[in-house]
Design a protein around this ligand. Sequence first.
Ligand code: URA
Length: 434
Amino acid sequence: MRMYDIIMKKRNGGELSKEAIDFFIEGYTKGEIPDYQVSALMMAIYFQKMTKAETHALTMAMAHSGDMLDLSAIKGIKVDKHSTGGVGDKISLALTPMVATCGIPVAKMSGRGLGHTGGTIDKLESFPGFSTSISTDQFIENVNRIGIAIMGQTADLAPADKKLYALRDVTATVDNMSLIASSIMSKKLAAGADAIVLDVKTGSGAFMKKEEDALALAHEMVDIGNAAGRRTIAVISDMDQPLGRAVGNALEVKEAIATLQGQGPEDFVELCLTLGSQMLLAGGKAQTTEEARQKLEAVIADGSALKKLASFVEAQGGDSAAVYDPELLPKATIIQPVPAPQSGFVQQIACDEIGICSLLLGGGRETKESEIDLSVGLILEKKVGDPVEKGEPLAFLHGNDSRKLEAAEKRFLAAYRISEEKPEKRSGIIKHII
Ligand code: URA
C-alpha cells in the first residue's frame, strides 16, 4: 500500500477501506509517513468528506494507536466529558471539580487550543507548575485519592490524535465532521471512561456553524460511543457568542474560579449545571435532573467544589494558592478598553472572530512549535442584546504588545454589530439533549 494512492483516492472522492485507514494511522503514528502527505490527506478529507464507515474505522484506528487505558482500578462509574470546542469555553475547569465533589470519579484526557478555540490543557498551565504530563499510574492514583485527574495526550494514549490534532490546527483542516468525531471519540475511548457526556457547540464560534451540522456530529459521536459499549450523551449548546465574559487562558481560569465562588456568568453556570446533571445521572449519583442540579448548586454554595479544584491543581504540581488568590495567575501588562463606535444594542457578535482576537494577542499557536502567552485575552463588557452608549467599553483587551493590541482591536470592532433596534430575546444556551 502507498500513501500516495490513499491521498489520490480520497482526493478523487473515493471511499477508503479499513485497511487503508489502518495503514495511514499506523504509519503516521510511527513517523513513517511525513506531515506533508498527511496534510494533503486531511485537506482531501476536508473537501471530499468521509462516510460513516470510514469515520468509525478512523476513530477505532486512532483509539488503538496507543494503549487503551484500563480504569477498573478506580471504583464507581467513571464519567468523562468533552467539548467540540468554543470561545470562552472554560467548562471543564469549573465542572470537573463540581462533579468530582458530588462523587463522580473524573478521569479526563484533554487537548490544547485548536483553531480559534482554546484548550483545557493550555488553560490549566496558567497555574504555575501545573503539569498534565503524568504517568498512567499517577493518573489513576489521583482519581482514586482526590476524584479528578486530567492528562494531556501522551505517546501512550491516542498518539495518532495528538499528531493529527496539532497538524490540523495549523493546516486549516479542523472543521470537518469526521475529523472532529474521530479526534474526540478516539481520545474518549482510549481514556477508558464508562460514560461520556459531549458538549457539541453550534453557532458562529463553533466548528459546526449550523445547528443541523452540530446535530449530525452529535449523532455520529453518540453512535460511535454506544457501539463501543460506552453510554454516550450529547448536549447541543449555543456558541453564537463567547461563553461567559472571559476569553484567553489565565482570564478564563479566573472566571472559572469566580464561578466556583458563586459569582459565575449566567450562561456559563447554566451550561455547567446542564452538563453536570447529565454526568451525575450517567454516574448514578442522582435520579432526576432536579436532584442533580441541587447537588451541583450545593457544592458551589458550600465552597467544597473550589476546595476540590485546589486539591486537583496541587496533585498535578500546580500552585493551589492561585485558586484562592487569582492575582497569582499570569497577568498582561497592558489592559485597554475598546470603546463602542456608536450607541444602540449589540445585535450580533462574530464569535470565532473574538477567538481570533485572543490568538492575535498571543494566546494561540501560529505553528506547531509556537509558545503561547497565557496572560492575554479579553473580557467582554457587552454581549448580544445589551444596550450600549457610544464610547462605553465593549470589552477590555489584555495584551503585552501594543502592535498586537492594535490588530486585535480592529478585528474586535469588525466582529460586533450594533444597531438601533432592540434584538429579540435569545433562546437559552441549551438547544437539545440526545
Ligand atoms: N476537540 C477535539 O478534541 N478534537 C477536535 O477535532 C475538535 C475539538
